[in-house]
Design a protein around this ligand. Sequence first.
Ligand code: DLL
Length: 430
Amino acid sequence: MGVSSLVEPDAEGVRAEVRRGVQERRLRMLVERLLTADGVQAGRLREVGVRGGGDVSLDELWRLPFVTKQDLWDHYPMGFQVDRRIVCIHGSSGTGGRPTLVPYTAHDVDVWASVMARALGGAGVTSRSLIHNAYGYGLFTGGLGVHHGGMRLGATVLPLSGGMTERQVRLIADLKPDVLCCTPSYAIHLGEALRHSGVEPTFRVGVFGAEPWTDGMREQIRSLLDLKALDIYGLSEIIGPGVACESLDSQGMLNVAEDHFLVEAVDQDGKPVPDGTPGELVFTTLTKTGMPLLRYRTGDVATLAPPVPDSPRTLRRMSKVLGRRDDMLVVRGVNVFPTEIESVRLADPRVSPHYLIVEDRRARPELWVVVESAQPEGLRQNLTDALRERLGITCKVVVAPGGTVPRTETGKAQRLARWNEGRPPVAGLT
Ligand code: DLL
């Protein structure tokens, strides 16, 4: 498998200057739409002196106000909707149990299908493919996002949703799908279940996302499922999966669908950071109509990069998500992203994929790392040393028997728990 063809060459393959023209035109139209709707974002635009689309430009994007998740919560449920022609609503359960709801027009669903078709096409999926789609169907955008994109591409989609793993194993044996779409943690779970039942995996490629995962985990998935594992990124507020996706030829980074979703990376003060420097991703939905967002701060930290030189794909790229701004743990003054702990865990073959980081906030801040292993000999000390080397702090490592860490069959894997008082979130922390 080498280079995959472009699904929409006029969008994915145009020269950078041509795309910039399209983006600027769309930005101005977006600002017009927001001002006409006269909602929260219109008020903020007027505060910075914007009276019409002609007052904004890509060069001066930094002058325009941000939108944050807190803004969406403050105007829950639908305060950012600007078009009445809504055909469906998606969203995420969100942190702290506070949901975020996103209304889509038929036009938005069309954009979604098209960016998802591009994402799948870039991964080598074709109209002859059978896609085993184990992302959850429902309010969560994973299931239906892949569904829309797969159908747009002309592929066949098996809408399995998450869970009921035995049935999934049975269908893999019977139908021999060539494409797997699900969260990376479920891919591992499914891979283990296939191995356990003696069923040979039939996948050629997998498109995994919705939660952070590392290159080490990619290797683990590859060895369990014998497929090419690619990363897909997105968030409900912007559209769902398809905001950015790795392709076979994108050299480990994700092509951003930047003709629809303009991307910036900024520091904590909201100032742009140069390519290659980690920053918080900020997206502007250039073409959305139901709930368009201007400069939405995602909380996700990644680096940006230009396209691969001489590639037919001319979109800017983002790295894998390095962590979330609010998931960054500050332990005794040291910044730690859970993905760094994940990398250390993966480097040791004795450790199972199921683990939990516990941020102990009861007295002196401590970080516990609970892992499962069938070969516990010396492991606690080895992991403590490796973590100290990587993070610069001493973590309390607990090596527990298989089954200790709670599993997630559906939805996103929970890798981080907070321990503020009372009983520990998992057994064995003493
Ligand atoms: O997770 C959309 C999605 C579905 C993406 C399926 C990919 C595949 P939300 O539920 O709104 O939407 O959660 C969005 O999940 O802000 C990131 O923090 C995280 N996330 C999504 N994709 C990745 C990824 C979907 N590939 C939030 N790597 C985002 C790391 C990811 N984190």
